[in-house]
Design a protein around this ligand. Structure first.
Ligand SMILES: [Zn+2]
Length: 239
């Protein structure tokens, strides 16, 4: 596994605005504080989300703004939306190419993505859009982005050279093996999630909900009493 100091750039690839912040905001706050440049690639605008009577046509605009604000809280300015329809994402060559484009542009050593494997203990983490983006992103990591002959238009038309990602962090994985202590960055995670007003304003006690979730992660990872954690499976990609 790479140390954070060995990672100059990280790319986080998800299906919906807010996926990053529920799963990894505390970890990302630690990465940017350590000087890492972090970029986001969000496949949809989250236009099928929300819990109130906000007019549906406003939802994608609101959610884009919310995600950009949440990114700023964590020190992330580079946010790209791919514009796929929320609730209807499938693993296609177009999606693999669009994610490969972002990998080749950002040139990250580390990529964070949703699990392509269903987690029977955490069904909401296994939303079909998450599974599809996880699979397409993994295909983009290996082999598409590193193979100059995959999606040849990326090189021929856009000048994007092949790029080899060294490590993948998986959110919502059925068999997690890495627990990040986020006790010191928890307030940033809470603030990032509060920026997703359409998704979190209806929580009676968002702070308590996140503390319980993060505390359970810490216990599962064997961290000391009272700590908070986010959880991943870390995969080293052979060069
Ligand atoms: Zn989601």
């Amino acid at each position: 596994m790479l140390t954070d100091a060995e990672v100059d750039r990280a790319l986080v690839i998800v299906a919906h605005p807010d996926d990053i912040d529920f799963g990894a905001a505390g970890t990302i706050a630690g990465w940017t504080a350590a000087g890492m440049e972090v970029a986001y690639c969000v496949a949809t605008y989250g236009d099928a989300g929300g819990f109130d009577d906000t007019p549906r046509e406003q939802m994608p605009v609101l959610r884009e703004a919310e995600q950009r604000a949440a990114a700023k809280v964590l020190g992330v300015d580079d946010v790209t939306f791919l514009g796929y329809p929320d609730g209807a994402v499938t693993v296609t060559l177009d999606l693999r190419r669009d994610i490969s484009r972002q990998i080749r542009r950002v040139r990250p050593q580390r990529v964070l993505l949703p699990s392509p494997e269903r987690n029977w203990q955490r069904i909401p983490a296994s939303h079909p859009d998450h599974l599809a983006v996880g699979e397409a992103a993994m295909c983009a990591v290996y082999p598409d982005a590193r193979n100059p002959f995959a999606h040849p238009e990326l090189l021929a038309d856009e000048g994007l050279d092949a790029w080899t990602v060294l490590e993948v962090w998986v959110m919502g994985a059925p068999q997690p093996d890495h627990y990040v202590d986020i006790t010191d960055t928890f307030e940033s995670k809470l603030a990032a999630l509060q920026a997703h007003v359409t998704q979190t304003a209806h929580f009676d006690d968002l702070d308590g909900f996140l503390r319980r979730m993060s505390s359970a992660n810490a216990v599962a990872g064997g961290l000391p009493e009272g700590r908070l954690a986010e959880v991943f499976r870390v995969v080293t990609i052979p060069f």
